[in-house]
Design a protein around this ligand. Structure first.
Ligand code: 3EB
Length: 330
């Protein structure tokens, strides 16, 4: 006879989501800790490392010195390189990153096409086939008008490079413009041996159904992704988009409020507890440096105790002044 206590001990057998934290530390120290899958630095002043698990993100942090972001798993971690892809794996999880200099490849579209092709080819060699979350950092993201805007070229290149890779469903994603002096394209992802559950926002049109006015190629991403063990929600770049339209043009605080409402809608849809806490690391991407103090104040008031990394980043629609992404751990 199976007793209740035994039932309670039954584990779903799914891998616990990597822990994601911000910490003041030296990359060397963070990389030396057991289970470290990836370590991120932010901005030009950030330290450097040859370790494949290290990525210097081309976004300036408004807080100096900037902390590192750490991803840590249970289990041993191995790492390596595969063409331009650097990767690490452990405990059923995979980190993969690629950084291309557009000036070496040609234009935005071909660089993105090539980057996604390389990522897709690398992923086909791995057991961690479920891509749950992707981050994209692009230079001069709003440069060019209409269909020629660099973000639109990025969307075209991404779709072409991916082919049918996400036919079964898109991962959660972020696409943000950086201000590095080099035209770097940085893409990194988190994948798992187990499937997640994509979450859409009932207040928003799904991105892959955006109407033609936003570009030839609809952006392929889910609004959020529930991790396989249902122990965390990975939240995509979220801005003041209602339906498919940008709301509150020119009004920073109204955009911030709308963004927070969208984040709450995602938590509710995913059956996660409302609100964010000290274990829910978020990032706020702020277009105009002059807005950073106001964003910091509002978020400290509305999300007390929540670790928020404030960075200089351009949202892919030029009227949007701020975007937030991050994690909600159960
Ligand atoms: C939006 O809501 C804002 O192209 O991968 C957010 C997250 C946005 C991801 C992407 C774009 C992407 O449409 C833009």
């Amino acid at each position: 006879m199976v007793q209740a206590s035994e039932n309670l001990q039954v584990q779903p057998g799914l891998m616990r989501c990597p822990r994601v934290t911000y910490r003041m530390a030296a990359p060397k120290t963070a990389l030396a800790e057991p289970g470290t899958l990836a370590v991120f630095g932010f901005g030009a002043g950030s330290p450097d490392s040859d370790d494949p698990r290290w990525l210097g993100v081309a976004l300036e942090c408004f807080d100096a010195p900037a902390p590192l972001e750490l991803w840590q798993v249970d289990g041993e971690v191995s790492c390596g390189r595969h063409g331009d892809v650097r990767w690490s794996a452990g405990g059923g999880w995979l980190f993969a990153a690629i950084e291309l200099n557009e000036s070496a490849v040609g234009d935005t579209q071909s660089a993105t096409h090539q980057a996604y092709t390389q990522l897709r080819q690398f992923m086909s060699t791995r057991d961690e086939r479920c891509v749950l979350r992707i981050w994209n950092y692009i230079s001069d993201i709003n440069h060019g008008d209409g269909d020629a805007e660099r973000y639109k070229q990025f969307c075209d290149g991404r779709a072409a490079g991916l082919g049918d890779f996400f036919a079964a469903g898109f991962p959660a994603a972020t696409a943000i413009g950086h201000h590095h002096h080099q035209p770097l394209l940085q893409i990194y992802l988190l994948a798992s041996v187990d499937e997640g559950l994509a979450i859409e926002n009932p207040r928003q049109v799904s991105a892959w159904r955006y109407p033609r006015q936003y570009g030839r190629t609809s952006p392929g991403f889910a609004r959020a992704m529930l991790m396989p063990a249902r122990d965390a929600l990975a939240i995509s770049g979220t801005a003041a988009v209602v339906g498919h339209a940008s709301a509150h043009e020119g009004d920073l605080e109204a955009q911030l409020n709308e963004t927070l409402t969208n984040l709450e809608a995602l938590l509710a849809t995913a059956d996660m507890p409302a609100g964010f806490d000290t274990h829910s690391p978020l990032k706020a991407y702020v277009r105009h440096p002059v807005d950073a103090p106001r964003v910091r104040d509002v978020l400290q008031q509305r999300l007390p105790g929540v670790p928020v990394l404030l960075v200089h980043g351009d949202v892919c629609r030029r009227e949007l002044l701020v975007e937030i992404d991050g994690w909600r751990f159960a």
